[in-house]
Design a protein around this ligand. Structure first.
Ligand SMILES: Cc1ncc(C[n+]2csc(CCOP(=O)(O)OP(=O)(O)O)c2C)c(N)n1
Ligand SMILES: [Mg+2]
Length: 427
């Protein structure tokens, strides 16, 4: 040790977010390049040609609300209006479900406020039967694919019509018939699963590609890296999305590596194509997904897309972001709100008005309300109208083995003693 006295003592570094509760917020350190300035390489280009785009930001909607540049997907006005409607429907749904949780109708809810473009515009760019391996913040994909809202609410309420029989945490949907893989609470597991599914699709000679979504925080899990290796080694027909909303519950993105490089740049080390996209620009998200889908569908390889966005509200109903981040962050976010930006674009090109927008919001609120009322007929949390108690022992074995049968009967007996009035459980 003596010989090393002249060396400086070793140190390590613990990241710290820029703003804490009460702090003024200034996002000057976030580099926002002008819309339309990013080159669009050929979809079949060598992966390395996308490297500069991993540090850039693909943007289409400019400050003047016009769509510009080589990434402009040139969608017709009807498609744009439909995309706007699904994004607004997602927000209306989130708002009502959040209130429902506060009213005790469910135990848990997660909103995707401010991130609607990342899921809805992606879904619009994919084929309806492409397979999605989502995280818990892609409800917009189910809504974009026309999954019935009532079914979603039945699941959230864990009621007697819940297709998942109350076995999943509220909002952890599963919809095989809509190409929407079961959401897992174990973060990042969906990434290698998507790659495996994509390889299986290829080995069967199918034409359907896979896509997966992961959060910035979850990308620090080992599963992320396993997925990246398998995807590049076997040239899997898959699109891997990192939704960088800056936060992982109360941990900011710096803890997942965001202070050192971009999330998209991780693609470079694996030899995968990578794109970094303005996640609040629905047209940019659409264009990037379309680019990656065409690449995957024509066997040119996987793509990692980083959606640069901001989680405008709490992590879930169990979270209070006021405890750890400045309340001014959301309004100061330099990339704005995805719904407003698409709305402003449609207004700027003469295809939409404020009055139409307000009328749409009213309609959507009514639509969600009606679906809620419908689902409530099947029961809400704690009102007894859920799947019969014994069903929790079923569906693993074709025939219930004697020991499970015994346990099932015992559980029902004990329940009857504890809550004699809740007869519904026994049916
Ligand atoms: C393997 C694992 N670790 C930790 C958790 C607890 N957890 C649930 S959500 C979450 C934050 C994830 O943040 P991010 O990946 O950025 O996604 P976001 O919620 O921002 O969409 C954590 C730590 C978990 N569910 N699974
Ligand atoms: Mg996050």
């Amino acid at each position: 040790m003596a010989g090393k006295r002249n060396l400086p003592p070793l140190e390590f570094y613990v990241p710290e977010p820029k703003f804490r509760p009460g702090d003024p917020v200034d996002f000057v350190h976030v580099n926002i390049p002008p819309a339309g300035a990013q080159p669009r390489p050929d979809e079949g280009c060598p992966a390395i040609e996308t490297s500069p785009l991993c540090y850039d930001l693909v943007r289409v909607l400019g400050e003047d609300h016009q769509a510009v540049g080589p990434w402009n997907p040139r969608l017709d006005a009807d498609t744009l209006r439909e995309m706007l409607r699904v994004m607004a429907r997602t927000r209306a749904f989130d708002d009502r479900m959040y209130r429902g949780q506060r009213q005790g109708k469910t135990s848990f809810y997660m909103k995707c406020t401010g991130e609607e473009a990342t899921s809805v515009a992606s879904a619009f760019a994919l084929a309806a039967d492409d397979m999605v391996f989502p995280s818990y913040r892609q409800q917009g994909i189910l809504l974009a694919r026309g999954y019935p809202m009532v079914e979603m609410i039945n699941q959230i309420y864990s009621n007697r019509a819940d297709r998942l029989k109350g076995r999943q945490l509220p909002i952890m949907y599963s919809a095989r018939d809509y190409g929407f893989f079961t959401i897992s609470g174990n973060l990042a597991t969906q990434f290698p699963q998507a790659v495996g599914w994509a390889l299986a699709s290829a080995s069967k000679g199918d034409s359907r590609i896979a896509t997966s979504f992961i959060g910035d925080g979850s990308s620090a899990e080992g599963d992320f890296h396993a997925a990246m290796t398998f995807a590049t080694v076997y040239n899997a027909p898959v699109i891997l999305n990192i939704v960088n909303n800056q936060w992982a519950i109360s941990s900011f993105s710096g803890f997942a590596g965001a202070e050192r490089t971009t999330f998209a740049a991780r693609a470079i080390g694996y030899g995968m194509a990578g794109l970094r996209v303005d996640g609040n620009d629905a047209l940019a998200v659409y264009a990037a997904t379309q680019w990656a889908a065409n690449r995957a569908r024509s066997n040119q390889g996987p793509t990692l897309i980083e959606h640069f966005t901001y989680r405008a509200e709490g992590h879930s109903t169990s979270d209070d972001p006021g405890q750890y981040r400045s309340a001014r962050e959301a309004e100061a976010w330099p990339l704005g709100d995805p719904i407003n930006r698409l709305k402003n674009h449609l207004c700027a090109i003469g295809e939409w008005t404020d009055e139409q927008h307000e009328a749409m919001d009213r309609e959507l609120a009514e639509e969600v309300k009606a679906a809620t009322k419908e689902a409530e007929k099947n029961g809400i949390l704690g009102h007894g109208l859920h799947h019969p108690f014994h069903t929790m022992f079923e569906d693993v074995y074709e025939e219930l083995p004697w020991n499970l049968k015994e346990q099932s009967e015992q559980a029902i007996r004990e329940r009857r003693i504890k809550w004699p009035s809740w007869k519904e459980y026994e049916k």
